[in-house]
Design a protein around this ligand. Sequence first.
Ligand code: HPA
Length: 233
Amino acid sequence: MSIHINAPEGAVAESVLLPGDPLRARFIAENFLEDSECYNEVRGMYGFTGIYKGCRVSVQGTGMGQPSLSIYATELFNDYNVQKAVRVGTCGAIQNDIQLRDVIIASGACSDSGLNTMRFGSMHFCPVADYSLLSAAVSAAKNLGINAKVGLCASSDMFYDSRSTWQTWAEYGVLGVEMEAAELYTLAAKFGRKALAVLTASDHILLGTKTTAEERQTSFSNMVRIGLDAVTA
Ligand code: HPA
């Protein structure tokens, strides 16, 4: 048992999918896993363990933003021996050649967060995806007929950022902005575990467009399949 996850040792699988939204964790457990059981309800941050293609997999909500994800990822790595963690979430696209609903497999995550400034001071750690998970996700996308883009995301601490800092990220080729991947990649490095973020463009910051609820559901399912295939490969 850890502070924010009320589950006995062994209740969480070594491979975990991490949506930000705990209700999406439940959706994934109910629609993609067999024999799923809920192991956590603390703060409504649901966690489930079930079976996907014969492999034991968990799915744990992380909440929004790096500080919240940091709590759950630390407890999963430190207290539950999680070896592979794949974030599945949305991002705002910031390049013209990224379309709404495109899947982005994040090879690395830039950030404006204070977390790594606290950890590293004037040194700049480079939060990157695990290559074996990245490569498995690319293969999974190909097998599913999904044209996924591989590149950088930026994990921001501000959803409502009137300074338009995304423009600087865009100039340097970053594909999309979200709020969690950099901390996941950093913690995976700290604990010697494997991590990846698979993202769907739910809105286009450059073009000012957004997906409908129905489009989000379909594209969410594509991303979940890629994440599950990668984490169980
Ligand atoms: N900013 C940050 N996180 C996001 C966004 C965004 O525009 N869209 C989806 N997640």
